[in-house]
Write a protein of this length. Structure first.
Length: 301
């Protein structure tokens, strides 16, 4: 039988656990709220118009920030390799400059995503952004001093920038995978709902034009009875941050999440507004001969 000590050794032991504890502690650092609060309001108030949805990644169905960061990280990593090769300094400077320029739209996309997160993610995210900001500053300094004929200092600044960017990337991974920023909160539903038809109640239990919450096993449902008598049923947990759609506003054939303002069409669950990048799962409906409303998730497995 394997011992717990062996598992700890494989996982990295005490240093790894200390690092994980430090990363988790960022979410509880309430002193950061003095920064995150005003900054969040400022970013939300920016007049970005339709570009906000683009920066959030709605056209591609997931956050845009992870896509854009590939360019600066790739450029800076390649520059580090060239800095280790004799005669590679000139091309390394070009890549560093490209990385600094391409980091700007990546940062904008990250800030727009960040402004729609809960408190713990806001705190961790602002440290992630600060690390990346410092990395950009170090690389910008490297690019500048190389142009003034100081290649050694340029290399030192670049390697320092790569180290800081790596720390920022680790914090970003913590945000994405441990704190679930940017993930579709409704993705597991297909595996939580049994195939087939399920009763959810009598039509008289659902007032016209209002969102009503029902539970199907452990999955919450939003049931809306439309004026012409049809029923629309979506997963009640918002795909953005699992907000309760049944507590939101139902109007114009859509429902708005009360937490961050994501808007979904009732007919097909498509996200048409707000920070959500994934649609809501939609249930098929039918009335039995006994007058019972039943629902079925087509993709249930």
């Amino acid at each position: 039988m394997d011992s717990p000590g062996r598992d700890d050794a494989v996982a990295g032991g005490a240093p790894a656990q200390a690092l994980l504890k430090a990363l988790d502690a960022l979410g509880g650092a309430k002193q950061l709220d003095r920064i995150t609060g005003p900054l969040q309001k400022a970013i939300r108030a920016l007049p970005l118009g339709p570009y906000r949805a683009v920066l959030q990644g709605r056209p591609i169905g997931h956050p845009l920030h992870p896509v854009l960061v590939q360019v600066p990280i790739g450029a800076w990593t390649s520059a580090a390799v060239l800095d280790l090769v004799p005669g590679g300094g000139r091309n390394a400077r070009l890549l560093i400059g490209m990385g600094v320029v391409s980091a700007v739209p990546a940062a904008w996309a990250g800030w727009v995503d960040w402004a729609e997160q809960p408190e713990r993610q806001l705190r961790t995210g602002v440290v992630h952004a600060a690390s990346n900001g410092l990395a950009i500053g170090l690389y910008a300094g490297s690019w500048a001093v190389r142009g003034r004929g100081r290649p050694v200092l340029g290399r030192l600044l670049a390697f320092a920038g790569l180290g800081v960017a790596s720390v920022g990337g680790m914090i970003g991974g913590h945000l994405a995978f441990r704190q679930a920023v940017g993930s579709n909160k409704t993705e597991p539903v297909d595996h939580l709902v049994e195939p087939g038809w399920h009763p959810v109640g009598s039509p008289s239990e659902f007032p016209e034009g209002q969102g009503v919450r029902r539970m199907l096993g452990e999955v919450p449902l939003l049931v809306v009875r439309e004026p012409h008598g049809e029923f629309r049923v979506l997963v009640d947990r918002c795909s953005h941050m699992a907000g309760p759609l049944s507590q939101g506003k139902v109007a114009d054939g859509c429902v708005e999440c009360p937490w961050h303002g994501s808007v979904f069409r009732l007919t097909d669950g498509q996200n048409v507004g707000g920070p959500a990048t994934a649609p809501q799962p939609v249930f098929e409906t039918r009335l039995t001969e006994d007058g019972v409303l039943e629902v079925r998730l087509p993709d249930a497995v």
